[in-house]
Design a binder for this molecule. Structure first.
Ligand code: NAD
Ligand code: TYD
Length: 346
């Protein structure tokens, strides 16, 4: 089978490329990525030269480029990771999210309709369900929970999901969707919470915690997400949505304190800063469907995945220091200098 994997130079797409290229030497994998600020070819450098792997730079929202690529390659499977993925960036620049996440998805769907496809898989997120109250630990998102988005990011991802399902219903396109909880692990861009805490703590820099740090996220080690997508693409039913999560809920403050403890760094590094506008309170996935129907089981819990992740960041300093010393630094200053100054108002 020939796969086009979009966004394969990003965090989860990059891990997925490593997972699939090594697991399926008989399949062909084309990594299609625009290399935005979040794309990093160093993430997939170990795959260069493998006979079943190729990188192509391009924009999923560029219709001519995508149609030419599909005409040439005639892929059997498309797995779409490519996206603008950072909620904070979506608050300052929603337009880029509409272009890539919505128009990019419909461009890929149109190319699949035109050239034929065995499976189009959309990598979606738990954020399309909105949030849950902090005082109802009995509530979880299921696949039938109504879409109810909060941020421009989640609104763009939910729109894309609706287009994917519409193309199934209207044109009979063989699609599937997976919606996963927050990921962490190797190659995570250091503006997201977990790598940000690790990299800043190692440099004895302040750790910005939004609001009171009481917001809850449901954390999944990234290779468990990869194995779930692999399963859905190969065994999942057409037109179906599968939730992915491992029941690893933690408050943001717990996550930060756990990492600081592991690195022997003081909690005095924590600085409470002004909250994110519209900040979702709690995400919590019910993964019963993928567990019972497809037999998926995660390999890691938060308690086993976090030490592994910290160990990776300690052994791969060059990967993230290279990012931290580049454009990221300017981004961090732009986004956080004002918030840190407003810290006492958190
Ligand atoms: P990321 O930001 O690390 O990577 C996104 C990749 O897409 C980058 O390599 C970037 O260069 C590429 N890209 C962006 N715009 C593009 C375009 N127009 N054309 C081609 N490539 C483009 O994101 P991630 O955290 O790896 O997330 C991947 C996917 O998984 C996203 O669709 C996201 O919504 C979803 N998801 C993420 C999480 C999470 O915790 N990170 C959880 C659930 C779902
Ligand atoms: P993030 O990694 O941006 O993922 P998402 O918003 O998609 O869940 O953030 C995870 C949580 O951590 C979220 O509740 C916001 C919070 N957060 C902070 O408190 N400080 C930070 O510097 C960042 C980046 C996030």
């Amino acid at each position: 089978m020939k796969f086009i994997v979009t966004g394969g130079a990003g965090f989860i797409g990059g891990n997925f490329m490593h997972y699939m290229v090594n697991k399926y030497p008989e399949d062909q994998f084309i990594n299609l990525d625009l290399l935005t600020y979040a794309g990093n070819l160093e993430t997939v450098a170990p795959l260069e030269g493998k006979p079943n792997y190729r990188f192509v730079r391009g924009d999923i929202a560029d219709r001519k480029f995508i149609f030419d690529l599909f005409a040439r390659e005639k892929p059997d499977v498309v797995v779409n990771f490519a996206a603008e993925s950072h909620v904070d960036r979506s608050i300052t620049d929603p337009e880029a999210f509409v272009r890539t996440n919505v128009c990019g998805t419909t461009t890929l769907l149109d190319a699949c309709r035109t050239y034929g496809i065995k499976r189009y898989h959309q990598v979606s997120t738990d954020e399309v369900y909105g949030d849950l109250p902090l005082d109802r630990p009995d509530l979880f998102f299921t696949e039938t929970t109504p879409l109810h988005t909060s941020s421009p990011y989640s609104a763009s991802k939910a729109s894309a999901d609706l287009f994917v399902l519409a193309y199934h219903r209207t044109y009979g396109l063989p699609v599937s969707i997976s919606r996963c909880s927050n990921n962490y692990g190797p190659y995570h861009f250091p503006e997201k919470l977990i790598p940000l805490v690790i990299s800043r703590a190692l440099a004895d820099e302040k750790i910005p915690v939004y609001g009171t740090g009481a917001n809850v996220r449901d954390w999944l080690y990234v290779t468990d997400h990869c194995s779930a997508i692999d399963l859905v693409v190969r065994k999942g039913l057409e037109g179906e949505v599968y939730n992915i999560g491992g029941h690893n809920e933690r408050t943001n403050l717990d996550v930060v304190k756990t990492i600081l403890r592991s690195l022997n760094k003081p909690e005095s590094l924590i600085e409470f800063v002004k909250d994110r506008p519209g900040h979702d309170r709690r995400y919590a996935m019910d993964p019963t469907k993928i567990e019972t129907e497809l037999g998926w089981k995660p390999e890691y819990t938060f308690d086993t995945g976090i030490p592994k992740t910290i160990e990776w960041y300690l052994s791969n300093r060059e990967w993230w220091e290279h990012i931290v010393s580049g454009e990221y630094q300017k981004y961090f200053d732009k986004m956080y200098s004002k918030r840190l100054a407003e810290g006492e108002n958190a």
